[in-house]
Design a protein around this ligand. Sequence first.
Ligand SMILES: NC(=O)c1ccc[n+]([C@@H]2O[C@H](COP(=O)([O-])OP(=O)(O)OC[C@H]3O[C@@H](n4cnc5c(N)ncnc54)[C@H](OP(=O)(O)O)[C@@H]3O)[C@@H](O)[C@H]2O)c1
Ligand SMILES: C[C@@H]1O[C@H](OP(=O)(O)OP(=O)(O)OC[C@H]2O[C@@H](n3cnc4c(=O)[nH]c(N)nc43)[C@H](O)[C@@H]2O)[C@@H](O)[C@H](O)[C@@H]1O
Length: 315
Amino acid sequence: MSKNKPISRILLTGGSGMVGRNILEYSSLMPYYEIFSPNSKELNLLNKTDVYQYINKTKPDIIVHAAGKVGGIQANMADPVNFLLENLNMGQNVILGAKENNVKKFLNLSSSCVYPRNAVNPLQENLILKGELEPTNEGYALAKIFSTKLCEYISKEDPSFLYKTVIPCNLYGKHDKFSPNNSHMLPAVIRKIDAAKRKGIKKVDIWGDGNSRREFMYAEDLADFIFYALKKLESMPQNLNVGLGVDYSINEYYETVAKIIGYEGEFFHDLSKPVGMKQKVVDVNRLNEFGWKPSFLLSEGIKRTYQYFKENYND
Ligand SMILES: NC(=O)c1ccc[n+]([C@@H]2O[C@H](COP(=O)([O-])OP(=O)(O)OC[C@H]3O[C@@H](n4cnc5c(N)ncnc54)[C@H](OP(=O)(O)O)[C@@H]3O)[C@@H](O)[C@H]2O)c1
Ligand SMILES: C[C@@H]1O[C@H](OP(=O)(O)OP(=O)(O)OC[C@H]2O[C@@H](n3cnc4c(=O)[nH]c(N)nc43)[C@H](O)[C@@H]2O)[C@@H](O)[C@H](O)[C@@H]1O
């Protein structure tokens, strides 16, 4: 490590979550950062006073906001009030707490669910607020749009505040949530097919007709992007999609996971289950111009996630 490069102090929120833990693990390769990340027991981001005092005391150079109330389609449908309020209040407290304490660099994590449900794919960053949202995660999306806009307004008011928003596609990887009541599709498929193989279950259910399409990026790739962006925050666009720019049908995800796990059973479609947006693949033109590309192929990412699942879950 070069002696004369200053260390930047990063406050990472959500450090115990999937994205946060991938960022912390990846940071070991980044010698120029000192990262601290209180969990929700040490710092409840819903408590405005505590958030302001914590930032004032720790004086970070940068804040990466990766905390949130996060879940798949079924979790969002079950609790829209809290998906809206908790994400909105956490976003307000952390972003305004940063501003009030003169923190000049801020990376805000949004999500591709902010885009209109019937927008033309691939989804471009200028489509935000240009149409009705997907009802299954509307509350969460409204909260994400609020934080995205708040960062935009702060940076516009005073360009010395580099408050930028990353809009990732769906993510998966180590430290994901695998429980059926709040997991996203890919971890749910891994858990279901692993169980079917181990227990000799002949048929596995696919929610919906399986024709919806999704883009899933390996969370370690997002961690790599975060550190790439921190080095070039000034030139990063205000709002930037981060993804593969490639999507697959739900049926294809089930087939790919079955092949990797070695499951030879059958599938049936449960049409009573919610399907959400028909498609949500992000446009990666701006991302490519910004000079970053993901490195993990879907099959490699699934293999590593399955390895993590086997080492940490045995239901
Ligand atoms: N997963 C995806 O597919 C995806 C896709 C696009 C964008 N994102 C975004 O990426 C970020 C992280 O997502 P994730 O998948 O890593 O979520 P996650 O695994 O559920 O982690 C959420 C994190 O937020 C923290 N948190 C929740 N409520 C809190 C509170 N009141 N005070 C302090 N911390 C609190 C949790 O801490 P505790 O564990 O202590 O509660 C946890 O560390 C979110 O902004 C999400 O919107 C995720
Ligand atoms: C990025 C995230 O996208 C999320 O939307 P979204 O992709 O539909 O959320 P997922 O739960 O990942 O569902 C993706 C798609 O997978 C189908 N699917 C098939 N089988 C399953 C299964 O066993 N479990 C699950 N969960 N889905 C399954 C589901 O019908 C839907 O079309 C938002 O709810 C979040 O807030 C966030 O924005």
